[in-house]
Design a protein around this ligand. Structure first.
Ligand code: KIV
Ligand code: ZN
Length: 510
């Protein structure tokens, strides 16, 4: 039996720290359920002290998940740890992950603390966290640029205080694989009580080394890797889960350990995260890019047809390509629809919502005869975006004709009031957004507009993401429709609804 490599997914925490990738509570729960289905060992659901929204999301994920450990992040201060402990209360399998910076540059300029003060605070934090759970993870932030002697002192002290996982972050993606592997080896060899803890790594991708560094660490004894779906994360992102898992699985001749991930869930997870965040996956991205298993040159095609392994080291179906089988059609009934949603981990909070979704599903099935899992996720993203829709699209006319100026007319409901506007634009989408702005006057800045086809074929639904920014707040809105102008209008309004909810919450009306 090989040793287990623990997969710790931080898509919902470090991934969400990627600018513009913020997710709603419902979106986080949906992703968490997919991670659980995939067999992820630990799900870092958020940073409860960061905001009430984060706190609620961690709580909701902890309530929804049974087969993975749910983890909350906390700085090494009592209030943060209390918030994490409260968010995870009642969860059988909970972990608190506490951290403090240990590099000279962070201690001096950010924390303004001496090394001895940092050790004292780290130990205090681990002991404090133990009132909530024995499953404590400690990270010396910026370990990649920390002094090795000092790291050994901090880590020995936190193991004595009760930390059971020591996570070594390369916070700024500075190290090189050989060096990072050696760091893990040295820490394991030099810390006298190192056998009492599992060594973990958390690598950022600023120099494109996150996966290579993580794997070098695994070869040197790390038995937990922190990673994210599609490599989402701060700046250039984190190590990509799919690359770590598939490297270890494909090269079992090379690695001394293995994961318990069911790899057939990888591509659906990638599509789900990309759909929710609006961050497209580059076509040549390893494992989950659209071209990852496509062979263009004649020589390669010929080789693959004669003997697959001439040019393929993994099978597309093993990572979930082509598993979005046609499951529902226009003759499917409400029960089949409900049970497929359940299998996908989508639970709607009321019968009304289910009915509304079912009607939309039937409309879609009329337009698009084959409905895939991705279509269902897109329908849900579209339907369950904000608890209350402040603005609702009632109708849209968009006109584009060669030689004519594109034009759009939209009718929106705000409560019981119907509002209408028309506008011209450089294209039908531009005209539609301008018409919506005439009504809403949101003055939000459009930061991103992206259209992705959810499945293949010209009858596919287009999934549109619109990112808006206003008063320092960034929101993503999604819309899905077989008509991409309609999908764009829905996405724009959904972003405006989120902005409206956020701004209302920030400035509650008396
Ligand atoms: O990059 C980092 O150092 C982190 C820590 C909180 C683990 O995300
Ligand atoms: Zn990080």
């Amino acid at each position: 039996m090989k040793e287990r490599l623990i997969i710790f997914d931080t898509t919902l925490r470090d991934g969400e720290q990627s600018p513009g990738a913020s997710m709603t509570k419902e979106e986080k729960v949906r992703i968490a359920r997919q991670l659980e289905r995939m067999g992820v060992d630990v799900i870092e659901a958020g940073f409860p002290a960061a905001s009430n929204g984060d706190f609620e999301a961690v709580k909701a994920v902890a309530d929804a998940i049974q087969d993975s450990t749910v983890c909350g992040l906390a700085r090494a201060i009592e209030n943060d740890i209390n918030r994490a402990g409260e968010a995870l209360q009642g969860t059988e399998d909970a972990r608190i992950h506490t951290f403090i910076a240990t590099s000279p540059i962070h201690m001096k300029n950010k924390l303004r603390m001496s090394p001895d003060q940092v050790i004292e605070q780290a130990v205090k934090a681990v002991k404090w966290a133990r009132q909530y759970t024995d499953n404590i993870e400690f990270s010396p932030e910026d370990a990649g640029r920390s002094d090795i002697d000092f790291l050994c002192r901090v880590l020995e002290a936190v193991i004595d205080a009760g930390a059971r996982t020591l996570n070594i972050p390369d916070t700024v993606g500075y190290t090189m694989p050989e060096q990072f592997g050696q760091l893990i080896r040295t820490l394991r060899e030099r810390i006298p009580n190192s056998d009492k803890a599992i060594f973990s790594v958390h690598c950022h991708n600023d120099l494109g080394m996150a996966v290579a560094n993580s794997l070098a660490a695994v070869l040197n004894g790390a038995r937990q890797v922190e990673c994210t779906i599609n490599g989402l994360g701060e700046r250039a992102g984190n190590a990509a889960l799919e690359e770590i898992v598939m490297a270890v699985r494909t090269r079992q001749d090379y690695f001394p350990c293995d994961t318990r991930i069911d790899t057939t869930h990888i591509v659906p997870a990638s599509k789900l995260v990309s759909g929710i965040t609006g961050f497209p996956v580059q076509p040549n991205k390893a494992i989950v890019g659209a071209n990852a298993f496509a062979h263009e040159s004649g020589i390669h095609q010929d080789g693959v047809l004669k003997h697959r392994e001439t040019y393929e080291i993994m099978r597309a179906e093993d990572v979930g390509w082509g598993t979005n089988k046609l499951l529902l059609g226009k003759h499917s009934g409400r029960n089949a629809f409900r049970s497929r949603l359940k299998e996908l981990g989508i639970e709607l909070d009321s019968e009304e919502r289910l009915n509304a979704m079912f009607m939309r599903f039937k409309d879609l099935a009329d337009k698009k005869h084959e409905i895939f899992d991705e279509d269902l996720h897109a329908l849900v993203s579209d339907e369950v975006q904000v608890p209350e829709e402040h603005y609702r699209l009632l109708s849209l006319v968009a006109h584009s004709e060669t030689g004519e100026v594109p034009f759009a007319r939209v009718v929106i409901a705000e409560g019981s009031t119907e509002l209408q506007a028309e506008s011209e634009g450089s294209g039908p989408v531009d005209a539609t957004f301008r018409a919506i702005e005439k009504i809403l006057d949101s003055k939000a800045e459009l930061q991103l507009f992206s259209v992705n086809n959810i499945t293949s074929g010209t009858d596919a639904q287009g999934e549109v993401t619109v990112r808006l920014q206003k008063a320092g707040r960034i929101v993503n809105g999604h819309g899905a429709d077989t008509d991409i102008v309609a999908a764009s209008a829905k996405a724009y309004l959904s972003a405006c609804n989120k902005l409206h909810t956020k701004l209302e919450r920030a400035h509650p009306q008396v």
